[in-house]
Write a protein that binds this ligand. Structure first.
Ligand code: ZN
Ligand code: ZN
Length: 371
C-alpha cells in the first residue's frame, strides 16, 4: 500500500482525544480490528487500544510484539502475557483512568462480564467511536481501494469467457476468486456470490451446486481485498442469446435507477435522499416491494461501513461527505424467477461522483447453437 502521510496516525489519535469529553469518558478501549488498524496502523488480528488524554497503549500478545512495535510507533506496546482479564488491573493502572468507553458493537458479552468485575472502572458503552472519522478517505486509502476495484473489474470482465451452461455456481465463484488472487488480491472482500436463476432472488446467496442453465439471469457480486482495503462490484448476466421481455424490463429498470442515482448523488446529500433517487424510480414501476435493501454503503477497511445510502436513515443528519467511497447498488428480486442487481463503487465529490468501477455492463453471455 502507498504509505500514509507521516503523522497521519498521530493526527487520528489527536482527533480521538478531542472527542473523549463528548463521549463522557476519560479514555476509550478500541477492540474492533478495523478501528484498531485505522488508528494505529497495526494489522494483527488480536489486540486492544487504550487511549486516554496522555496515554496511547497497544495491548497485544507475544505473537504480535515485533509487528506491533514496527507498525504502530505512535502507541506504547503493552505486552500481554497470559489471560487478558488478568492483565487488566495492571493495564488500567498504566492508563490511570476510572471512566472508560467501550465499543458496544464489538465487545462480546463474555468480555463485558469480565470487565464489569473491575469495580474501580465505570464502563460507558459507546454506539460508535471512530467509524464516522473513517468515512473520508486519504489519498493512500483511495489508492488501495482503486487498486482493489481494478482487480475486481478485471475479473468480472472475464465472466463472459468463463461461464458456460452446465457449470455450477460454485465453480464460477472459484474461477473468479482464482483470477483475483492471481492478480494480487490479498483476499476476498467477502465470499464471491453467484446466484443463478431463482437463487438470484436471494440477495446474499452462497454459491452452491446449482448448474447454470440457458435462459436465466445470473447475479455475480464480489470484491477483492488489497492491503486491508476492499472493493465491491455486482453485475447481472443473462446466459443465452435472446433474453425475454421480462429480463429486459427488470434489467433496464435497475440500470436506469442506478444511472440516475450515479448522475445525481453528490457530497452533502442526505443518505436517505440518495437512496430515494433509485427507490422512487423502482417504486414508480410497481417494484417497490422487490427492492428490499439499501441503495448503498461505504467501503474501506470494512466492505460494509459508512456512510450509508439507505431508506432506513432519518431524513436529516447523515449527509454523504466528499471524499467518501460508496456503492450504488439498486436491485429488483422476483421470487421463483431471479434477481437483477447492478453495483458500482464511486468516490463522492462536491460536484457528483467519480466512478471507481470500470467494468462494462453487457449482460448477454452468448451461447453456441449446441449450448
Ligand atoms: Zn456487493
Ligand atoms: Zn455492496
Amino acid at each position: 500500500m502507498q504509505q500514509l502521510n507521516p503523522g497521519e496516525h498521530s493526527k487520528r489519535l489527536a482527533a480521538v482525544r478531542e472527542r473523549l469529553a463528548d463521549w463522557g469518558v476519560e479514555g476509550v478501549m478500541i477492540s474492533s480490528s478495523s478501528n484498531r488498524r485505522w488508528l494505529s496502523g497495526f494489522t494483527g488480528s488480536a489486540g486492544w487500544l487504550l487511549i486516554t488524554a496522555d496515554k496511547a497503549l497497544l495491548v497485544t500478545d507475544f505473537r504480535y510484539w515485533e509487528q506491533a512495535a514496527r507498525q504502530a510507533p505512535d502507541f506504547e506496546l503493552f505486552r500481554l502475557k497470559g489471560k487478558f482479564e488478568a492483565a487488566f488491573p495492571q493495564l488500567l493502572t498504566a492508563g490511570r483512568v476510572s471512566q472508560l468507553g467501550l465499543e458496544g458493537r464489538h465487545v462480546t458479552l463474555n468480555q463485558f462480564e469480565l470487565l464489569k468485575k473491575l469495580e474501580s472502572v465505570a464502563w460507558v458503552t459507546l454506539e460508535s467511536t471512530v467509524e464516522a472519522m473513517r468515512h473520508v478517505k486519504t489519498e493512500a486509502e483511495l489508492a488501495a481501494i482503486r487498486a482493489a476495484a481494478a482487480i475486481t473489474d478485471m475479473a468480472m470482465s472475464q465472466v463472459n469467457e468463463i461461464i458456460r451452461p452446465g457449470m455450477s455456481e460454485g465453480e464460477v465463484a472459484w474461477e473468479l476468486e482464482k483470477i483475483m488472487r492471481e492478480a494480487g488480491a490479498s483476499g476476498m472482500a467477502f465470499p464471491v456470490i453467484v446466484g443463478s436463476g431463482p437463487n438470484g432472488a436471494l440477495a446474499h446467496h452462497r454459491p452452491g451446486n446449482r448448474r447454470l442453465k440457458v435462459g436465466e439471469p445470473i447475479v455475480i457480486d464480489m470484491g477483492a481485498e488489497l492491503d486491508g482495503y476492499n472493493s465491491d462490484l455486482t453485475r447481472t448476466f443473462y446466459l443465452g442469446n435472446e433474453p425475454d421481455e421480462k429480463f429486459w424490463q427488470v434489467y433496464n429498470l435497475v440500470l436506469q435507477a442506478q444511472t440516475v442515482a450515479l448522475q445525481t448523488i453528490h457530497a452533502g446529500m442526505e443518505g436517505k435522499a440518495a437512496d430515494a433517487i433509485a427507490r422512487d424510480l423502482i417504486a414508480a414501476a410497481g417494484q417497490a416491494e422487490n427492492f428490499g435493501h439499501s441503495l448503498g454503503h461505504g467501503v474501506g477497511l470494512d466492505v460494509h461501513e459508512g456512510p450509508r445510502l439507505s431508506h432506513l436513515l432519518d431524513d436529516e443528519g447523515s449527509p454523504v461527505p466528499a471524499g467518501s467511497v460508496v456503492t450504488v447498488e439498486p436491485g429488483v428480486y422476483l421470487p421463483d424467477w431471479g434477481g437483477v442487481r447492478i453495483e458500482d463503487l464511486a468516490l463522492v465529490t462536491d460536484s457528483g461522483v467519480e466512478l471507481l468501477s470500470r467494468c462494462p455492463k453487457n449482460p448477454i453471455i452468448p451461447v453456441g447453437t449446441s449450448g
